[in-house]
Ligand binder design. Structure first.
Ligand code: CP
Length: 308
């Protein structure tokens, strides 16, 4: 199925063929950047990059991807500077912006908000994170990183650690890796467990899921150890955040006790869940992972605008 005009809202919507096609185009984009630096593939296109929640990586890598493809962008980098702060609905905002651009990239705090936007417009919408829902472009760059670091996406044991309840990256990753015969170890405090709808969906796909509160279990058997931050901004009760923060801290010593060849990933930003002395271990892939975001987002922009 062609990607032209498609929305990227959730990794649940992507087939194995879709995922492999995205990986292929992403590799081509990486090659393009390494050889030529700038392309004119999208020189007639304008992209709206609307971020109503904070971001460094997703927003700036989309901005970079736009420039590397010769397109231009208009941006909202702060909810306070848009009419969302005056109470404008997502649908009204989207219908307005649709008249200005060829594609919308959006991050906003409402789970399901990206779909509301996509339903309101006829141009492609890329979900840059919707509340505690999904972060599909992150999961796709995670897949690309896994493929590069491990040489395959197939048959991997993946430990996901930290805030699995509110962590949209691990929701998206659980679905994105599912067609590649993984096994999952979900490691979290009981109060931050993976939502039942995700766990039951992946189990229905035949995936073995182990749930634990002990990071040592994840360390012993994970080919990929995917750390996440306990997210202060998702808690209504700050006392609850204070109780749960610091639940898991991955140190250099723990990495060295982990499964041989274990790749440590993190969507970033980190707070204190990976100590900085892990950073120079060959296992630490998280900054390489962040850099891969540009290639992946170049691929998606080109694909949904019918140029790849
Ligand atoms: N991984 C990620 O979404 O980072 P940002 O919040 O900085 O975009």
């Amino acid at each position: 199925m062609s990607f032209k005009g498609r929305d990227i809202l959730s990794t649940e919507d992507l087939s194995k063929d879709d995922l492999l096609e995205i990986m292929k185009v992403t590799a081509k984009m990486e090659e393009l950047v390494r050889k030529e630096h700038v392309s004119d593939l999208l020189s007639d296109k304008v992209v709206a990059i609307i971020f109503l929640e904070p971001s460094t990586r997703t927003r700036l890598s989309f901005e970079t991807a736009v420039r590397r493809l010769g397109a231009r962008s208009i941006s909202v980098a702060d909810a306070k500077s848009s009419s969302a702060s005056k109470g404008e609905s997502l649908a009204d905002m989207a219908r307005t912006v649709e008249g200005y651009v060829d594609c919308i990239v959006v991050r906003q705090p409402q789970t399901g908000g990206a779909k509301i936007i996509a339903d309101a417009v006829d141009i492609p919408v890329l979900n840059g994170g919707d509340g505690s829902g999904q972060h599909p472009t992150q999961a796709l760059l995670d897949l690309y990183t896994i493929q590069k670091e491990r040489g395959t996406l197939e048959n991997l044991s993946v430990g996901m650690v930290g805030d699995l309840k509110y962590g949209r990256t691990v929701h998206s990753l659980s679905y994105a890796l599912a067609p590649f015969n993984p096994s999952y170890i979900y490691c979290s405090p009981k109060d931050l467990a993976m939502p039942e709808h995700v766990t039951s969906a992946v189990k229905k796909m035949g995936i073995t899921v182990k749930e634990t509160g002990d990071i040592n279990e994840a360390l012993q058997s994970s080919d990929i150890l995917y750390m996440t931050r306990i997210q202060r901004e998702r808690f209504d009760d700050q006392a609850e955040y204070e109780r749960l923060k610091g639940s898991y801290v991955l140190t250099r010593e723990l990495v060295q006790k982990g499964k041989k060849g274990m790749v440590v990933m993190h969507p970033l930003p980190r707070v204190d869940e990976i100590t900085t002395d892990v950073d120079d271990l060959p296992n630490a892939a998280y900054f390489r992972q962040a850099h891969n975001g540009v290639y992946l987002r170049m691929a998606l922009l080109a694909m949904v605008m019918g140029r790849a």
